[in-house]
Design a protein around this ligand. Structure first.
Ligand code: HEC
Ligand code: HEC
Length: 340
């Protein structure tokens, strides 16, 4: 879709898989496996190409609570590296200290996204940046005041000048570009699943291998959770949500298929990101598998790949074992010293 610039940032972050595809003669359904192979580089859009200085500026902004009215909430409060870049809450809690309507999604692997937000209302990462700021219940920060305050901090002026040489004062566009650039570098690491895809049969156990077969077979999970990031970046009604929780249907009231439709989340590091779904309504992976087993709420918008499955207890356990192999053991994210 996008004509993306090519940059081996994965290599820079030590995440690049050097191995090739599965070895010839592998006993597994090799075709299905190959479609899950990791990409070798992070895509950056030509209108906002990567630079290390821009990512460093964006990283400081991401961790800085200066973004909230009370000075206590940063982007990382809700997209926390220790919680697989979510917040571990059913629904996000911002300045209003009461739960918002939605759960904080992970910011992992967003460079590969297409539309953003559970309902896809944001066309790109840049356009998400000021939404939580302006939202009273979220960060509730006056944008003009924030820009003024950032410009008053010499360290931020220097970071901005390094990121945008000769660009002058910090403004909205620079903040959006820097934050989006940093977010695109948030990439999930090598998981046991990746090693298995690369041909190491001992990387995951037998239960997980059976779970994978269910994931691409009987469960039809891969119809939506396909590719290395385990998402089609599309919107489906899988039978979650309450009567008035229309998801993407709110933006497209005339479309039957988009009623109650939410974005398919990546399943990378999913075991570390409970509770689940756009509304945090399912407390653990067992509850998620039970939902798919039942087929969720039956209604005209429900996706054709969602229906009653009658999984056995062993099949449910195998699916969960597979989902657990998608977790990477990454070196901890460092938090930058924030300019003041
Ligand atoms: C109070 C918690 C909270 C804070 C603070 C917060 N977010 Fe979020 N974030 C959310 C929620 C909830 C959503 C889902 C919004 C939606 O779908 O409309 C979200 C969605 C996103 C998305 C879209 C992800 C996707 O999968 O589509 C991005 C990107 C993002 N936030 C970045 C940021 C940045 C950058 C900041 C700081 C400027 C920030 N967030 C601050 C809770 C938060
Ligand atoms: C029709 C497309 C589709 C199919 C098929 C599908 N999913 Fe999903 N999956 C989604 C969507 C959309 C969501 C988010 C729904 C929401 O937020 O209400 C989701 C959410 C999830 C979540 C929660 C992730 C999170 O961060 O909240 C898990 C785990 C999951 N799916 C696993 C599976 C498994 C296992 C299967 C097969 C048994 C499967 N999915 C089949 C589209 C699908």
């Amino acid at each position: 879709m996008l004509d993306r610039t090519r940059l081996a940032v994965l290599a820079l972050f030590g995440l690049l898989s050097m191995a090739g595809g599965p070895p010839a003669g592998a006993a597994d359904p090799a075709e299905a496996k190959r479609s899950f192979a990791r990409p070798v580089e992070v895509p950056f859009p030509p209108q906002n190409p990567f630079s290390a200085a821009k990512a460093a500026f964006g990283k400081a902004l991401f961790f800085d609570p200066i973004f909230s009215a009370s000075g206590t909430i940063s982007c990382a409060s809700c997209h926390h590296p220790g919680l697989a870049w979510g917040d571990g809450l059913p629904r996000a809690i911002g300045e209003a200290r009461t739960p918002l309507a939605l759960r904080s999604p992970t910011t992992l692997n967003l460079a590969w996204g297409e539309l953003y937000g559970w309902d896809g209302k944001f066309p790109d990462l840049e356009s998400v940046v000021f939404a939580p700021l302006a939202n009273k219940a979220n960060m509730n920060r006056d944008i003009a005041e924030l820009i003024h305050d950032l410009n008053a901090i010499p360290g931020y002026r220097a970071m901005s000048e390094a990121a945008f040489p000769g660009g002058g004062a910090i403004d909205r566009g620079k903040i959006e570009e820097a934050l989006a650039t940093y977010e695109r570098t948030i990439v999930s690491g090598q998981a046991p699943f990746d090693q298995w895809i690369d041909g190491d049969e001992s990387a995951i156990g037998d239960a997980a291998k059976r779970g994978f077969a269910l994931f691409v077979g009987k469960g039809e999970c891969a119809a939506c959770h396909g590719g290395w990031n385990l998402t089609d970046n599309a919107f489906h009604d899988i039978g979650t949500g309450g009567d008035k929780d229309f998801g993407r249907g709110r933006l497209f009231p005339g479309s039957t298929a988009l009623q109650y439709a939410f974005k398919t989340p990546s399943l990378r590091d999913v075991a570390h990101r409970a509770p689940y779904m756009h509304d945090g309504s399912l407390s653990d992976l067992g509850a998620v598998i039970d939902l798919y087993d039942r087929g969720g709420v039956e209604r005209p918008s429900r996706d054709s790949h969602i229906r009653r499955r009658d999984f056995s207890a062993a099949e449910k356990a195998d699916l969960i074992a597979f989902l657990q192999t998608l977790s990477a053991e990454d070196p901890p994210t460092t938090v930058p010293r924030l300019p003041r």
